[in-house]
Design a protein around this ligand. Structure first.
Ligand code: DQA
Length: 143
């Protein structure tokens, strides 16, 4: 069973980006961790990252058309992209919103997620483990 793990802007810079907030592991480490967790759960995981809103929206359309479950870290788009929200509203399989940090414990502008209400659920604040927990949730839903 295939799962897409999609990542929004600046997440390609994990490792060097604000390591006090996001940790020292790189994006490649994250991708490897997701693929390994997927293997253990019987999921075939493809990991992607983009800084471009249009590209991220097109990947969500692709997932909707192919009924592929998604783990999505929308990064800063979380807080203001109605285009991303409207794309997610078309989903035909589970979509789990994930965050490495706990946005609710940070600046005020991070307390709003415009995508949360159209996601299946949200996992935030567990570092890269958030992705592993999201993959487990998708595996358990078994759809
Ligand atoms: C983030 C939290 C967002 O507020 C931020 O814009 C990010 C990363 C996280 O994973 O903790 O880029 O989504």
């Amino acid at each position: 069973r295939q799962v897409l793990v999609l990542n929004g802007p600046n997440l390609g810079r994990l490792g060097s980006r604000e390591p006090d907030v996001y940790g020292a592991q790189t994006f490649d480490d994250l991708a490897a961790l997701c693929r390994e967790s997927g293997r253990e759960l019987g999921l075939s995981v493809e990991v992607r990252q983009t800084d471009d809103e249009a590209e991220l929206v097109s990947w969500i359309h692709e997932a909707a058309d192919s009924r592929t479950p998604v783990v999505l870290n929308p990064a800063a788009f979380t807080h203001y992209s109605y285009a991303l929200r409207d794309a997610i509203a078309q989903r035909t399989a589970p979509l789990v919103e994930v965050h490495i940090s706990n946005p609710n414990a940070r600046e005020e502008f991070r307390h709003t997620s415009v995508v949360a209400a159209v996601a299946t659920g949200t996992i935030a604040g567990f570092g890269m483990r958030s992705y592993e927990l999201a993959l487990r949730a998708i595996a358990d839903m078994g759809e």
